[in-house]
Ligand binder design. Structure first.
Ligand SMILES: Nc1nc2c(ncn2[C@@H]2O[C@H](COP(=O)(O)OP(=O)(O)O)[C@@H](O)[C@H]2O)c(=O)[nH]1
Ligand SMILES: *[C@@H]1O[C@H](CO)[C@@H](O)[C@H](O)[C@H]1NC(C)=O
Ligand SMILES: *[C@@H]1O[C@H](CO)[C@@H](O)[C@H](O)[C@H]1NC(C)=O
Ligand SMILES: *[C@@H]1O[C@H](CO)[C@@H](O)[C@H](O)[C@H]1NC(C)=O
Ligand SMILES: [Mg+2]
Length: 382
């Protein structure tokens, strides 16, 4: 992130935090002696803990868990991402998967090298598959005006927009929005856990998030909610409104609109679930509502004329097409993707100690000024 953008975020953060603090009465403020106390007042249904019976009987048990969900890890990566891929995979294996052996699917628009395959294969006992992404799922589609797209990248680069000048980043965002779940290697799975290079899983995960999703009929799970850069999506919300107007049947009753809009749908508040971590139901993306939504957005060309991210696209769809209780905040999962960390809290049932977490609970992103957890809490307080 460039320096002016950082200052802008800082100022925005301070303004939001001040507003948040001032909205307390003095009496309430007196009781709120620490930040975690302030935060805990908002922890309603949207922070529901994983029930005890999802935990392995003995976390140190030598038994390998045999009951498994219909699920896989999915990892989009370049060959050059290898060291970061190894970091992330080791954390996922050490903190969770060595007891479960969920498979790994690696995807790339270029063939993975033998070195890449060899280096990741030694990290797990689980099955690993390496898939090639078809060109038509990756490259700029033919209906895009190449000159207009090039011009827009040039402009966004001059404006110092993060990844503003990158075509491959746009291809990646479009792929993650509308194509990864169609890859042949993912067809046999229902749930996936998305992993990116250089992320950290900071706590033991002694429950099976996939079985939780499957049994509780959850559709979308996240750990971090955050604001998007408006300049990457200037016309996205207009497209969303146009789609919603034309397809009102897809809008769920009891949806999570208040997560993405402060104005009952008139404008986008830029909030989204940070999609570098996702545990979700592939069939949601494969379903009628999302398929129609993606096709509609794709035809607008915003993945290439602007720089629409898969995070806002996924999040807006989840917020509008799902009942809010289908979306789950995985509070127990300590997760870091530079520069932000969700670290479980020591408050209440002390998920931090239980998880033997290696992150600082006092520096969790949850109620940082740039976090959208407040908007998530608002959805669940209603
Ligand atoms: N195969 C492939 N993967 C990519 C490419 N660009 C990004 N990725 C992957 O897409 C994901 C997001 O990219 P990343 O660089 O982490 O972006 P950021 O997290 O938004 O800064 C990561 O899993 C990357 O490995 C690309 O050109 N080819
Ligand atoms: C651990 O392994 C030993 C030897 O295989 C076995 O007897 C014991 O029951 C296992 N413990 C658990 C909790 O499964
Ligand atoms: C797993 O889920 C996929 C997608 O819903 C489905 O096609 C497949 O039959 C499922 N496999 C099993 C073993 O249930
Ligand atoms: C978090 O900060 C509080 C207040 O400064 C301190 O008392 C507590 O020990 C810290 N917790 C941890 C786990 O470091
Ligand atoms: Mg990343």
């Amino acid at each position: 992130m460039n320096t002016p953008a950082r200052y802008l975020l800082l100022v925005l953060g301070i303004v939001v935090s001040l507003h948040y603090l001032l909205s307390f009465t003095h009496e309430e403020y007196g009781r709120a002696t620490s930040f975690s106390n302030i935060a805990s007042q908002f922890r309603g249904q949207g922070h529901a803990s994983i029930p005890e019976d999802y935990y392995s009987a003995a976390p140190t048990s030598n038994a390998t868990n045999t009951e498994r969900a219909n699920a896989t890890f999915v990892f989009l990566a370049r060959n050059s991402d290898l060291s970061g891929v190894i970091q992330s995979m080791r954390d996922a294996e050490d903190r969770f998967n060595h007891k479960h052996n969920y498979p790994w699917v690696f995807l790339n628009e270029e063939p993975f090298t033998d070195e890449f395959k060899k280096r990741v294969s030694v990290l797990t006992k689980a099955p690993i598959e390496f898939g090639l992404i078809p060109k038509e799922h990756w490259e700029q589609p033919s209906f895009i005006d190449v000159d207009r797209a090039t011009e827009s990248r040039k402009k966004m680069e001059q404006d110092n927009i993060i990844y503003g000048g990158s075509l491959s980043y746009r291809n990646m965002c479009r792929f993650n929005s509308g194509f990864f779940y169609r890859h042949e290697l993912l067809q046999k799975y229902r749930y996936y856990w998305r992993v990116e290079p250089d992320v950290h899983f900071h706590c033991d995960i002694d429950f099976d998030p996939f079985l939780f999703m499957q049994r509780e009929k959850k559709v979308y799970g996240f750990t971090i909610a955050i604001y998007e850069f408006e300049k990457t999506i200037p016309t996205l919300w207009n497209a969303v409104k146009e789609f919603a107007k034309a397809h009102p049947q897809y809008i769920a009753n009891d949806n999570a609109m208040d997560f993405v809009s402060d104005t009952a749908g008139e404008t986008y508040n830029l909030c989204h679930f940070w999609s570098n971590f996702e545990i979700a139901d592939l069939d949601f993306w494969r379903g009628d509502a999302y398929s129609a939504f993606f096709d509609f957005l794709d035809q607008k060309g915003g993945f290439h004329y602007e720089r629409w991210g898969d995070a806002p696209v996924h999040s807006i769809a989840a917020a509008l097409f799902l009942p809010r209780q289908d979306i789950h905040f995985f509070n127990e999962i300590g997760y870091e993707h530079n520069p932000y960390t969700h670290c479980p809290s020591t408050a209440g049932d002390d998920k931090w100690t239980k998880g033997r977490c290696a992150c600082d609970p006092n520096r969790s992103f949850d109620y940082d000024g740039y976090s959208c957890m407040r908007q998530w809490d608002r959805v669940n307080a209603a």
